[in-house]
Design a protein. Sequence first.
Length: 201
Amino acid sequence: MDEDTDEGDRVAGLLASQREFYDLRAPDFGDEAVPDRRVSGNMPIELARVLIVGFALTGDVLELACGSGSFTRELVRHARTVTAVDGSPRMLERNRWEVDDSTVSYVNADIFDWQPERRYDAVFFGFWRSHVPPATFGEFWSLVRSSLRTGGRVAFVDDYDLHVAHFLSQGCDVWLNTPRKPLEASGTSGMKAGINGVPHL
């Protein structure tokens, strides 16, 4: 088996574990009352609202990895339409229930295999960039670019705090990355440590 095949299998396995993680956690994702459901990327509704207003995404908006609807709920306040794409059917069900807006179209698809049927005025994703495996980073940005109309805009929010990370990984030689399937999506903390030049295993 060559290196490309090995890497492709590894990435496919990683993405499958992410889908399984979010499917399993969809019913109570982010519920602070359930100790192992607390989510570091969960953002207060007020802050999500301020960010979306600041981005001023209008027209037809594509939301990639829409999750449970935290941002979808705010996007529909400004957009003409929202196309919400996610690889987890259960997260899409949760989003549909949370948002309950007829301007949203839902697409269940593997973002790395999906191609849009039309172009959009804006592309948005929240807490997703840190889930994109390095091997698919270029492919992901090609999808974003191909989804936009001329003059279209991209906006995203991620849960990574560079200031905190500086202290967390400063002086580390190696970041040991051992996610517990299916309870942890992909060990993205290791990817984040890499920003500070820390190799992770």
